[in-house]
Design a protein around this ligand. Structure first.
Ligand code: GLY
Length: 351
């Protein structure tokens, strides 16, 4: 087992290792004394893992109730969030009680936001069950739900008390959902760690899952502890995401987040190569690693439509946008560009 300490305003540990799901109660008891717990999960994950998590929590002395919502991004709404708050009230949770999020990013983000706001803030623990959630949404303290027109538009910064990541549970993920995490892992290698890309190229991630999760979590830790409240440096995490979000949105979410980010990374690398910002060795390496996990690398959508979506992106500030350009594997740079340049970037990235 590996421990990654996150030194944010409310410090916490991320434990990564096989078997942690069944140790949830004893591990949690080291940071939160036995109390009432509302275990939050979705309709896909609860049948697979909620009984095991609940048994471990009860064995450690916690009184557990459950809130299970329909799986999918469509549930990440104010309505579900309010139902979750009502469930907290029905379970008579007080400020000394806690929430446990057992699931992927939707579960973690929504539970975190409920924890941030119920009784003006109670503790919560994350047990991510997808590779993507383990290396992305579980780290960093941003919690949110979606509005109809905007994803993640209502939320709070609220750090968990503990994150328990048991990679054994990734075995029930479909290849496509596992690949969503692969796209983020590749992103981390591009922004911070050339050796990680070499590792991803030389081994199947499944063989080194604990090592890969740990390295990705450490990279995100380094970024978010420098910029806990997202005032600048965190934007480096948007590598491949500015164009990727437009691709995801234009596809009407028929592409997964990871598929869209894979395309977005390839587009910005192509454009950067054309502008002389990076060498030509990156593109074939990225293409090989992404396609080996079934991720797409070519954008099938019209540039002008993507541009319209991308310029409506919330990251835009007064007609300029910080675009994350690759310089070499492991090194990216945020360069402030006029929003109009996005059209040229998209065209260069597609062609
Ligand atoms: N919870 C995800 C983040 O803070 O980036």
């Amino acid at each position: 087992m590996t421990t990654v300490h996150i030194n944010t305003s409310h410090p916490y540990d991320i434990l990564i290792g096989s078997g942690l799901l069944d140790q949830a109660g004893e591990r949690m008891a080291q940071v939160i004394s036995p109390c009432k717990i509302l275990l939050v999960s979705d309709s896909n994950v609860a049948p697979l893992y909620a009984d095991r998590a609940e048994a471990s929590l009860k064995k450690a002395g916690y009184a557990v109730s459950r809130f299970v919502f329909p799986a999918g991004e469509a549930s990440k709404t104010i309505d579900t969030y309010i139902q979750l708050l009502e469930a907290c009230a029905c379970a008579e949770l007080s400020r000394s009680d806690a929430l446990v999020a057992l699931g992927g990013g939707v579960t973690g983000d929504m539970t975190g936001f409920a924890a941030a706001t119920y009784l003006r803030g109670i503790r919560f623990v994350q047990i991510p069950t997808s590779f993507l959630a383990a290396i992305d949404s579980s780290v960093g303290g941003k919690t949110a739900v979606d509005l109809k027109a905007k994803k993640n538009h209502v939320g709070a910064f609220w750090q968990p008390s503990l994150v328990l990541c048991d990679p054994d549970v990734f075995q029930t993920l479909s290849d496509a959902i596992f690949a969503d995490g692969v796209a983020e892992a590749v992103k981390y290698s591009m922004i911070a760690d050339a050796d990680l890309l070499t590792l991803l190229e030389q081994h199947r991630i499944e063989e080194d899952i604990e090592q890969v999760v740990t390295r990705c979590v450490e990279i995100k830790r380094d970024v978010v502890t420098e910029d806990e409240f997202e005032t600048g440096g965190r934007r480096i995490l948007n590598f491949g995401h500015t164009l990727g979000h437009a691709v995801e949105s234009y596809s009407d979410f028929s592409l997964t987040h990871g598929q869209a980010v894979a395309i977005g990374m390839m587009m910005i690398i192509r454009a950067s190569e054309k502008r002389g910002l990076c060498g030509s060795e990156i593109l074939p390496r990225m293409e090989a690693v992404l396609t080996s996990y079934g991720l797409p690398t070519v954008c099938p959508y019209p540039p002008k439509e993507l541009y319209k979506i991308a310029t409506g992106d919330k990251k835009r500030r007064g007609g300029r946008i910080g675009v994350v350009f690759p310089r070499q594997v492991g090194v990216c740079e945020i360069i402030d560009r006029p929003v109009e340049d996005l059209l040229a970037l998209i065209e260069e990235g597609i062609g």
